[in-house]
Design a protein around this ligand. Structure first.
Ligand SMILES: [Zn+2]
Length: 187
């Protein structure tokens, strides 16, 4: 496919009502055409329209491989939170991909969870941590978040992720749940 045709498809992602056939057409191109993949990766970091940047990052959720990692890392610094949130998801979600990424993402996710100014982006990073194998670095960051975060939309996710990454926390929360249940049983 001509490079300008791919670019035209990318630009159409800016339309107010998303034409998902355009999205699917791009998905088909990037799996078989390196130039199309490069154009989509470029759009993630440099397209002027944030919706285009977000949807191009979304394409990497199902169709990304290790070639998209550096671009998605850059997108974590996008000025628009929805783009950063999508970048977190595409970088960390292995279950949607046909080709799992081989890079470790725990340090990136803990960094986002601890430093992003937007609660929904931090929450996405915490949810992603819950799908990573047990890791002491994740446990340490989640302990900091548990002490710091106040919004229940994120604290419940932090609690769930800590139960996976921190055996001591899991035991303590199980014991606390048993005590609560015993109190209820006595009522
Ligand atoms: Zn996914």
């Amino acid at each position: 496919m001509e490079r300008c045709e791919v670019q035209a498809l990318i630009d159409r992602l800016a339309e107010r009502h998303t034409d998902w056939t355009v999205f699917e057409a791009l998905a088909r191109h990037i799996v078989r055409d390196e130039h199309a993949l490069r154009a989509v990766l470029d759009a993630i970091t440099s397209h002027p329209n944030p919706k285009v940047r977000r949807l191009c990052a979304d394409l990497m959720d199902h169709h990304g491989d290790d070639r998209c990692v550096e671009t998605l890392r850059q997108a974590l610094h996008d000025p628009v939170p929805r783009v950063r949130r999508q970048a977190v998801h595409s970088l960390s979600c292995q279950r949607c991909k046909t080709c799992a990424l081989t890079v470790g993402v725990v340090p990136v996710l803990t960094d986002v969870a601890l430093t992003d100014e937007n609660m929904w982006v931090r929450r996405e990073a915490v949810c992603a941590l819950a799908f990573q194998p047990r890791d002491a670095r994740a446990a340490a960051a989640l302990r900091v978040l548990l002490a710091r975060e106040t919004d229940p939309k994120i604290t419940s996710e932090v609690h769930g992720a800590l139960r996976i990454h921190d055996e001591e926390y899991r035991r303590a929360s199980n014991a606390a749940a048993r005590v609560r249940q015993q109190r209820i049983d006595r009522m």
